[in-house]
Design a protein around this ligand. Structure first.
Ligand code: GRF
Length: 210
């Protein structure tokens, strides 16, 4: 029997390595999903080129072409609906998501953040962790709500922070784990095992701490 494939749309602003990792997980049969399109707020995002190289539709939507965030997001929602998107996957999408998108896709927008939330939300999370001097940091996949990296946590992976780490070395160590964690969390969602109760996410059958 062919597994039903969860229909994803990816929103990315930059390099797109998480997008590529998700696409690889699909190609390797670790994720029962299909990436229907990559949408970027940045026409020069390498993520768009990478999408095209996989034969995936690449769309750029410049916020500057719209009077406000609601109008910009309304356009994005149209692209999402046109592809019957079931889950919106933020992968290095460098804009706060507003009400227009969240109301169209309640608990259907996910993000990855390069820190163990609720520590170090916002920009330069890896630099914040190095400067603070924590001994462990990591990455978090979470549902997106109206706040900055505040939504319910789906999965996390910790990595050690070494005394001689700088932002770059820590970022590399975390990124390797981001690529694994994102595909794993998306597969939980694809399997229909994820429910949100208040601010807590339940993963059916998942007892281990990850
Ligand atoms: C990642 O570190 C992700 O956690 C953060 O932005 C970065 C995007 O990297 N939200 P990439 O574009 O997926 O390579």
């Amino acid at each position: 029997m062919v597994a039903r494939k969860l229909r994803l749309s990816v929103l990315a602003s930059g390099r797109g390595s998480n997008f590529v990792a998700i696409q690889q997980a699909i190609a390797e049969g670790r994720l029962d999903a299909v990436i229907t399109q990559v949408i970027s707020n940045n026409a020069d995002a390498p993520a768009l080129e990478k999408a095209l190289s996989f034969g995936i539709k690449a769309i750029s939507v410049s916020p500057k072409s719209y009077p406000d965030r609601a109008a910009y997001e309304k356009q994005i929602v149209e692209y999402l609906k046109a592809e019957n998107t079931e889950l919106v996957v933020l992968a290095g999408y460098m804009r706060l998501v507003g009400e227009t998108l969240l109301q169209a896709y309640p608990n259907q927008v996910v993000n990855i953040h390069p820190a163990l939330l609720p520590s170090f939300p916002g920009l330069h999370a890896q630099r914040q962790a190095v400067e603070y001097g924590v001994k462990y940091s990591g990455c978090t996949v979470h549902f997106v709500d109206g706040g900055m990296d505040t939504g319910p946590v789906i999965g996390q992976t910790a990595v050690p922070v070494y005394a001689d780490d700088d932002e770059d070395t820590l970022s590399d160590r975390i990124l390797e784990q981001e690529h694994r964690l994102y595909a794993r969390c998306l597969q939980w969602i694809a399997e229909g095992r994820v429910t949100v109760e208040g601010h807590r996410v339940k993963i059916e059958g998942e007892r281990e701490i990850r």
